[in-house]
Design a protein around this ligand. Sequence first.
Ligand code: SAH
Ligand code: SF4
Ligand code: F3S
Length: 443
Amino acid sequence: MYQSFFIKTYGCQMNEYDSEKLNDLLEFNGYKASNNIEESDIAILNTCHIREKASEKLYSDLGRLSKFKENKKKIGKKMHIIVTGCVAQAEGEEILKRNKSVDYIFGPQSFHKLPKILKNFDNNKVYNDFLCEDKFSSLIPSRSKEVSKLVTIQEGCDKFCSFCVVPYTRGAEFSRSVENIYAETTALVKNGAKEITLLGQNVSSYESSVFECGVKKKIKLGDLCQILSDIQGLARIRYLTSHPIDIDENLLNQHQINTKLMPFLHLPIQSGSDRILKKMNRKHNRSFYLNLIEKIKKLNKDMAFSSDFIVGYPGETDEDFQESLEVIEKVRFASSYSFKYSPRPGTPSSLKNNLIDTDVVDTRLKKMQSILNKYQREFNLTFIDKTVEVLFSGKGKKHNQYVGRTPHLQPVHVFSSRDIEGKLLKVKLESLTSYSFHGKLSA
Ligand code: SAH
Ligand code: SF4
Ligand code: F3S
């Protein structure tokens, strides 16, 4: 019987959620979480395949772990090495070929089988079915007492952007049932959660149904936000990540009327050039995106936006890049991520050969990031001397210091002699360091 396990998580919040669920399942089955991967009996790597750098991390970590495994073997101890997540799904058997010390491979929709497999060893080493239903019904309620929690409501993607591995690693779109999400959220709130972030690779295409007086009613993301906001004690709802073409009237209406729904939207555009957006198979153009932002701002003047950009997509010219910068100048994002294009195996864009010179990509990325940082700072500076509601989720590094987030996700530090963890309090924002505020609790 194995006792201790360690899960290392790479990638996005979907993986963070999965790791927490796997952690709970293993503890429930009698295993103990360890705080050191090298000393653990079961080392689990929950991996990400989105860019080459992310997936190569797996192999460097496996190299190190297999040495630990060998050393343990010499002193009669065992170590099991398990790979799960998106690289497990995408590369399956390949991982075993590249590193013989791996014992089992579980795709992101099969990790719930791990406790059973560890008990009844199996000859099969690779588990990568696309069975979301099975996964979600096997999860156990969280005992976490954290203030802000993630809840996966949707998995997979049917959009097939030409650069992206997600439709292949997470499979077709699947939406969890309303009952299931409601039960999980209620349990989290009972344990002390005040904020939930509804997660999905394509969360705005969430679609499920409920029966009302015997009649089947379609439930979209907006309806779900409305339903969840009735949970007493839940103060804030967020969702992540949305595709612009799926933002419907129902969701927009919620941003107008639902005060628990935070006025912050992560809305990736990827490029500001229509020519590149078409090649990316994004299904929206630049003016659709900009009009949508304008429409949302009109409905709720507090709304702020963040985005994702890919720099150096095959064939991206200086003019195309300039158009991405123009979008940034127009929207003035509150924050954003920007990535160098990375060709991913199996994606349509990986077959293109008009790759952009790495020096050009580096220069473009640097330029974009400095402009994004400028607007992030500008956005933050508009909050100085304002009083905003902050949800405190934990302690800071200094004595009596607490850390929380504003409705726009800006981190805030304050000092307080009483314990304010889990409290939603008004704070006057006094100063800004690079990305976070220092403030004073309002009397
Ligand atoms: N579902 C989300 C994105 C999920 S992946 C959406 O539709 O936007 C997160 C981000 O990684 C993407 O928004 C994109 O900017 C980036 N990304 C995805 N594939 C990439 C690749 N091959 N190279 C570089 N960045 C990539
Ligand atoms: Fe990837 Fe596009 Fe799907 Fe987002 S919408 S997960 S970028 S394929
Ligand atoms: Fe990475 Fe998979 Fe998330 S590829 S970004 S861990 S969905």
